[in-house]
Design a protein around this ligand. Structure first.
Ligand code: R2B
Ligand code: URA
Length: 284
């Protein structure tokens, strides 16, 4: 990880507002020696993953390290399980805040992996996608940030080595497909993902959407979600190895509504954790 030279030598006891953390020695010690950060949308899922990992260790209690903030974070050995909320703005704020904490704690050799959900495009629901490159909805591979009114597009390729390590760690007999493909980080769940069932009337037709979906196919874009561009661009700039593992809850070429039952959705959510755990076991 590399850090902004402006903050490199800032004083200890810094207050990280978005995590409600004052970086005392004791607080920093909770973040030292971290090797992997798994990022998940909701606090429940981050906690569930932390409990699953803790069950394989002698840790019998996990505690939220970001109490009083909008984010949740749990530590199990050298792994952090953190919630990132929804969308690029939420995850981007977390990535800055968390990376500062990890930097000051001396955890410089760390990998970030988002594990989450997505809408598949032309692939069987329940498949797990490992993202190669994150695209903006206009089909540009990159992430545009407007700083001081200037638009800059940053690269959004995920880590090739990490993707291969995750893919190769999966047993051959998994009851679902794991594919490496490209993802779109949309601005929202509805119009941003070419749905017709949002609250606002669409300005596109079924035919327009068919054309859009065929363009996605041509770019090997296999799922929609809402954070990958921010994650990839941030990690490329900070030189942090990163990727995303996302299960598809539906096939968007077949419709807009998610029809999976709550049990099916829970089983789908477990799949991304299974894939992540297979990877962790492979490097132990
Ligand atoms: C996937 O699912 C969420 C929307 O329901 C969003 O955070 C994402 O990327
Ligand atoms: N998450 C998304 O962003 N889109 C979907 O269709 C499903 C989950």
């Amino acid at each position: 990880m590399i850090i902004n030279s402006f903050i490199e030598n800032q004083e200890p006891n810094l207050y990280i507002y978005n995590l409600n953390l004052t970086l005392t020695k004791d607080v920093l010690s909770q973040f030292s020696g971290i090797k992997h950060v798994f990022l998940q949308g909701s606090s429940d899922r981050a906690r569930k993953f932390a409990c699953r990992l803790a069950n394989t260790t002698d840790i019998n209690q996990i505690k939220n390290l970001f109490s009083g903030s909008s984010y949740f974070g749990y530590r199990v050995d050298d792994i952090l399980l953190v919630s990132h909320g929804m969308g690029t703005t939420s995850i981007m704020t977390l990535l800055h805040s968390l990376s500062k904490v990890l930097y000051y704690a001396g955890s410089h050799d760390v990998k970030y992996i988002r594990i989450g959900t997505s809408g598949g495009i032309g692939i069987e629901p329940g498949s797990v996608v490992i993202t190669e490159t994150a695209y903006m909805p206009n089909l540009v591979p990159g992430y545009q940030i407007s700083g001081l009114g200037r638009d800059v597009i940053y690269p959004t390729g995920m880590s090739y080595d990490l993707n291969q390590a995750i893919f190769n760690a999966q047993p051959k007999n998994l009851p679902f497909k794991v594919v490496i493909g490209n993802s779109i980080a949309a601005d929202d769940f509805y119009l941003g993902q070419a749905r017709f069932d949002g609250a606002i009337q669409t300005e596109y037709s079924e035919d327009d959407r068919k054309i859009y979906f065929s363009k996605l196919k041509a770019h090997n874009i296999v799922n929609f979600e809402m954070e990958s561009t921010a994650l990839a661009s941030f990690c490329n700039r900070a030189e942090i190895e990163a990727t995303m593992i996302a299960v598809t809850l539906l096939d968007r070429t077949q419709g807009d509504q998610i029809h999976a039952t709550s049990d099916e959705l829970a089983a789908y959510a477990d799949r991304v954790m299974d894939v992540a755990i297979n990877y962790i076991k492979s490097i132990c």
